[in-house]
Ligand binder design. Structure first.
Ligand code: ADP
Ligand code: MG
Length: 191
């Protein structure tokens, strides 16, 4: 149950001055920050961060197709072509300005992180989530503007992704082990 998740304030989040607010939400829920840095993503980091799995190709392909269909535009691209275009867009999005890369540790850190962040599309993300509260972007807008959805923040989706992403952005360095005072509140009853 004790796990680590990778969180990144994307370039739009940094530009819009949301770093403090975002970190505060993770701190308040009880997660422990064990690594944090501002950096300009390398080409490799931007390229390798998002992997074109079959599942992702289908998800982004269908969302883009639905958005075009609603507007009465016929989508001639395959899901693979759509996903490749979005992946290219994501690479430039992640590299257009610095990002803040963070590792949070705690019980259920991955699920809790995703809950705080909210679903991918800000337009439909619930109020109270970071994406719902701090961005208004949509699949409609991103499809229109031919760019990735600008949704302020990334958080790992599962354990395998978290491990891969922490290795990619931190490479085993700048992660700190330390005792955090409020930890005792959560574990004091454990025998
Ligand atoms: P999440 O960040 O919620 O885990 P994904 O892993 O599916 O979402 O996608 C990675 C990122 O790609 C999203 O955060 C968003 O910036 C962008 N994205 C996802 N789907 C689309 C889409 N249909 N059109 C444009 N950009 C997208
Ligand atoms: Mg994801």
């Amino acid at each position: 149950m004790l796990e680590r998740t990778f969180v990144m304030v994307k370039p739009d989040g940094v530009q819009r001055g949301l770093v403090g607010e975002i970190i505060s939400r993770f701190e308040k829920v009880g997660l422990k920050m064990v690594g944090m840095k501002l950096l300009h993503a390398s080409e490799k980091q931007a390229n390798d961060h998002y992997v074109l799995t079959d599942e992702w190709v289908e998800k982004v392909g269908n969302n883009t197709r639905d958005s075009l269909t609603k507007k009465g535009i016929e989508c001639k691209e395959t899901n693979e072509e759509i996903a490749k275009g979005i992946h290219d867009g994501l690479k430039s999005y992640l590299r257009e300005n610095p990002v803040v890369a963070i590792v949070f540790e705690g019980f259920h850190a991955i699920d809790i992180g995703r809950k705080i962040v909210g679903p991918t599309e800000s337009r439909t993300a619930p109020v109270g989530t970071i994406r719902g509260d701090y961005s208004l972007d949509s699949y409609d807008l991103s499809t229109d503007l031919k760019r990735a959805v600008r949704n302020v923040i990334h958080a790992s989706g599962d354990k395998a992704d978290a491990e891969k992403e922490i290795a990619l952005w931190f490479g085993g360095e700048d992660i700190y082990d330390y005792e955090k005072h409020d930890w005792t509140v959560m574990v004091k009853h454990k025998k």
